[in-house]
Design a protein around this ligand. Structure first.
Ligand code: DX5
Ligand code: ZN
Length: 218
């Protein structure tokens, strides 16, 4: 079984000092840095793009876990790869040719992820299971941090774990993950926990460290 990994989402960080924030959560024990890219089209919010990610690359050696909430994604995959993303996750809903998009990420030499909105069934993954390294289950409707975990997603996580079987696929959960909901998520079989507001509501590196270790313990 894969280790538990904590991936702070910098969407909830202070954008005026993102480099320092990335360095601080790394020092506080983050395994991956979760990068939420939003285009104001696929989701009703705009965040940041490859140039910002490129600027952040020198602040940490931690894995850059890029979550693309953009449509279309294909024209931008190379830019995100070049910006220093180690893992690139796209939405199954973001285009008609999921398999092609996944192949493109693979050919760019990056870890391949697929994510599903809450209403999208796991069945869309059945024919790409051998082409992916990660499944991201959205436990809120994407677009904003600070939303409430959708309880029905616990069953979806459990079913995703069954679908994965013994494949070496990471199972990540994103949205409303807090010290209170983390036990639900890990009990259901997830091993990567994204947390934005739960971590960045803290006001010091010590606070970040405490939350990250509480999430890991859960
Ligand atoms: C939602 C983003 C999440 C979000 C998580 O659109 O993909 O990564 O920032 O934030 P919290 O942990 O505050 O729900
Ligand atoms: Zn995300």
């Amino acid at each position: 079984t894969l280790p538990i990994r904590i991936a702070p989402s910098i969407l909830a960080a202070d954008f005026a000092k993102l480099g320092q924030e990335v360095r601080d959560v790394t020092d506080a024990g983050a395994d991956w840095i979760h990068l939420d890219v939003m285009d104001g089209h696929f989701v009703p919010n705009i965040s940041f793009g490859p140039d910002v990610i490129k600027s952040l690359r020198s602040y940490t050696d931690a894995t850059f876990d890029c979550h693309l909430m953009i449509s279309p994604a294909d024209p931008y995959l190379e830019a995100f790869a070049k910006a220093g993303c180690d893992r690139i996750t796209i939405h199954a809903e973001s285009g008609p040719h999921l398999h092609r998009s996944l192949q493109t990420i693979r050919h760019l030499g990056k870890k391949v992820g697929v994510t599903l909105n809450p209403a999208t069934p796991l069945s869309v993954l059945e024919n790409v299971l051998d082409d992916i390294d990660l499944i991201l289950i959205m436990s809120v409707n994407p677009g904003f941090g600070g939303q409430k975990f959708i309880p029905a997603m616990a069953d979806k996580i459990r079913n995703a774990r069954l679908l994965i079987g013994d494949r070496p696929i990471e199972l990540e959960v994103d949205g409303g993950v807090t010290v209170d909901t983390a036990p639900i998520v890990t009990a259901a079989g997830a091993n990567v926990l994204v947390a934005g507001s739960a971590i960045f509501k803290g006001e010091s590196v010590e606070a970040y460290r405490q939350t990250i270790s509480d999430l890991r313990a859960a």
